[in-house]
Every structure is written in C-alpha cells, then in structure tokens.
Design a protein around this ligand. Structure first.
Ligand SMILES: [Zn+2]
Length: 237
C-alpha cells in the first residue's frame, strides 16, 4: 500500500503547488469544483461514504436516468462492505448509455455525469462524433485492493467504476487495452482521446483517484475511477 499512499500524497502536494502557482499568476479560468476529496485530514479514514439528503433531487436536476436500488452495509470478517445509499445509473444528459447499468453511490453518479460531458467534448474534438455507450467492468465487489492486500477497495462501497470501452455513434469501439498510448504525445486520435478524458477526470477534480495503464499492469485494460478519501493521479507516466 505504501506506493499508492505515496503517489496520493505526492500528487496532493503537486496539486497544491500547481493550484498555488495558477492562483498567483491569476491565469486561466477557475476549475469547476468536482467531487474529489481534496482534504488530506481524512485520508486514513476507511469506510462507506456519507449519504446525501438530496440524492434523488440532485440526480434529477442533472438529467441523469437512474433506478433506485438497495445495497445496505454489511460486515464480512474484518471488512465493512456496501453503502447506505446507492442507485443504478443508466445514462446521463450527455446521452451515453452505461453497459451494463452501474450500481453506484450518489456522488459517483453525479461525478460520472460530469465525466460523460467531458467524454462528449473530447470525442467531438478527436473524432467529430459522439459517444453513445460505455462498457463498464464493475462497480461493487466486497474486497481488498488486489495490489495492496489489507487495504479496502472503494469497490467495496460501490464507490468506484472500471471503464473498459467507449463506442462512437458510427459503431467504432475505443478500448483502453488496444488504444491507450503511453507516448508523451499519443500518435492517434484514439490515444489522445483516452489520455484527455483520464487526465481531465483527475485534473478537474471529478474523482479522487483515477488509475490508467500508467499506474500498473492490473489497469492495462480499464480506467478505474473512484471517490475515496485520499487522492491518486494514475494518469501520467
Ligand atoms: Zn476498479
């Protein structure tokens, strides 16, 4: 776990330095506030996220299509799993259908809706087309982190999602496994698209943790994004 904690701490410090530099120069528009937890004081707290009183109203205000769901919080041996409040996310106002629909915490659904808007902006820039579908590999699994035994994954609370492929309106499929390009400047539009959406997901504070193939081999075929209480920028080499 030390590596992840380290990466998180280093990225938090860097983010502070970068933010401070930007503020001092007064350049560029302020980044919209996202859902990432930027407070280092609670990084070591492990447990399900706090429910929102206004969950359904907030989802409706964003134009998110969802269905209600119940997961509950369960104790399994030494682990606590589940969340008091989850919904099933079908699609956002950006018109991207999730395949299969994704059971998520409320803030994950709201953050995903923002990501969907970013995905459409970047798809338009890279391909001049819209994304119609995202295939996801899972949100809820009561388990420790695969690479860091003893540490609880945000998947334990349905507070994470793994994104595998993005389908354009013409049927073309962009896959993290096939198209993610680790070069400084990705050569193809697919590589640039995947780089942009993953870095914007982190840099615009949509999510606390964004892991890509840059992070480790377990993430060679998907983007892991979550709203844990610590931060990790896994979008850079
Ligand atoms: Zn994951």
């Amino acid at each position: 776990m030390q590596k992840l904690r380290w990466v998180g701490l280093v990225s938090a410090v860097l983010a502070t330095l970068v933010a401070g530099e930007g503020d001092a120069k007064g350049d560029g528009p302020a980044k919209p506030a996202g859902f990432a937890n930027a407070d280092p004081a609670d990084d070591m707290i492990v447990g399900p996220p706090v429910p929102r009183d206004d969950c359904e109203a907030a989802l409706k205000a964003e134009g998110i299509r969802f269905s209600t769901a119940r997961l509950g919080v369960q104790k399994r041996k030494t682990m606590t799993c589940g969340s008091e409040q989850v919904i099933v996310y079908h699609r956002s106002a950006a018109g991207i259908a999730y395949d299969p629909p994704a059971m998520l915490t409320c803030n994950m659904a709201l953050a995903l809706s923002r990501l969907d808007a970013v995905v459409q902006e970047e798809a338009k820039r890279a391909f001049g087309k819209r994304i119609v579908r995202i295939h996801q590999l899972g949100t809820f699994a009561c388990r420790e982190m695969k690479a860091y035994p003893g540490w609880v994954s945000e998947h334990s609370y349905a507070n994470a999602i793994d994104l595998e492929t993005f389908t354009l309106e013409d049927g073309k499929v962009i896959s993290v496994l096939r198209h993610f390009d680790k070069a400084d400047a990705p050569a193809k539009a697919e590589g640039r698209f995947l780089r942009q959406i993953s870095q914007r997901a982190y840099d615009e504070n949509l999510f606390s943790n964004v892991l890509t193939p840059f992070f480790d081999a377990l993430h060679r075929n998907h983007f892991h994004i979550d709203l844990g209480r610590y931060r990790t920028d896994g979008t850079r080499g």
